[in-house]
Design a protein around this ligand. Structure first.
Ligand code: GDP
Length: 304
């Protein structure tokens, strides 16, 4: 079975990791959000792309889900001592990724080519693609005005109340080389449990159209996010955060939806959206949970 997965950072990377443990390299492509990429301290940083790659390469910090395991923080501490911006925590090993990526971009290489080379260097065999090689910037409309995504997410720690989102550059952005082909060749597209508003919507807007069965895994369990602001965003936009709200979010493209055992009472309402459902345990702490959920998802796709 050939699968193309859409992923943001931490939540997306966990399911992508599980899928990569089951599917052969030629059977899994992961398309990653680049809407939260930004330039900082002169470096081009791709937080979601790096989280997915570090996770697949066994390099991720298991406690945070982002950044590198065994990280040291000498560079950023010294930037801080000199009075520079230190709100975006960058570890020493991580900085090497951003420096080398920035150098190659300046030479004219595309983000997808750089990602391919980095994956090879990190021993990642499955295909990881940025959603686009053109810059797309997620902008958060908030009660404090419009904020660039990392300004909202990391610097302001999601305190401003959101009013909406805009993906600057998305109209002109073509999908990266390989993205359309991966979708055309897939038996199904899996939307990983990532933030629907700021991790998945930018990818869907770049791809524009999916002519394949689409299956999504809820990032909301029992009305709460496992991590991050997705539930808070739903609330601030006047929508009760729930697995049902996520299913409604994707309803125009959805064939199947995976919700947690904790949300089984919502199954009928989700089925009423003309969407098939699977109820299972969707919390992924360890590789065993990730692989088990990936197996459940693949069985579910097989049954559709
Ligand atoms: P970010 O870009 O790093 O914020 O990462 P994502 O957008 O990929 O993931 C954030 C979403 O992942 C949040 O809404 C979390 O609730 C969800 N998430 C994280 N871990 C898990 C998990 O183990 N299971 C499920 N179902 N969702 C998760």
């Amino acid at each position: 079975m050939k699968i193309t997965a859409l992923a943001g950072g931490v939540g997306g990377a966990k399911l992508a990791h599980g899928l990569a443990h089951i599917l052969a390299p030629e059977d899994l492509t992961i398309i990653v959000n680049t809407g939260d990429d930004f330039e900082h301290l002169g470096m081009y940083i791709c937080p979601d792309l790096d989280t997915v790659c570090y996770t697949l390469g066994g390099l991720a910090n298991p406690e945070t889900g982002w950044g590198r395991v065994g990280e040291s923080w000498n560079t950023i501490s010294n930037v801080e001592k000199l009075g520079g911006p230190a709100w975006f925590r960058l570890g020493d090993q991580d900085i090497a990724t951003h420096l080398e990526r920035t150098r190659r971009l300046k030479e004219g290489q595309s983000l997808s080519q750089i990602t391919k080379d980095f994956c090879k260097a990190w021993g990642i065999q499955h295909t990881v693609l940025p959603m686009s090689d053109s810059p797309v910037r997620t902008m958060v409309d908030s009660d404090e005005g419009e904020l660039a995504f990392q300004e909202y997410f990391v610097h302001r720690q999601c305190v401003p109340k959101v009013k909406g989102f805009r993906f600057d550059g998305v109209e002109a952005a073509e999908p990266a080389v390989g993205v359309k082909e991966a979708i055309d060749q897939a038996d199904a597209v899996v939307i990983c449990p990532s933030n629907p508003w700021v991790s998945i919507d930018p990818i869907l807007q770049v791809i524009k159209k999916i002519d394949k069965p689409v299956l999504a895994v809820s990032p909301i369990i029992g009305g709460k996010t496992v991590k991050g602001p997705a539930a808070k965003m739903y609330e601030e936009l006047g929508i009760e955060p729930s697995a049902l709200a996520v299913a409604r979010h994707y309803r125009t493209i959805l064939t199947g939806f995976v919700l947690d055992n904790a949300d089984s009472v919502m199954e009928n309402e989700i089925k009423n959206l003309n969407v098939k459902t699977l109820i299972t345990d969707t919390l992924m702490n360890h590789l065993t949970d990730r692989t088990r959920l990936a197996k459940d998802v693949l069985h579910f796709i097989g049954s559709l």
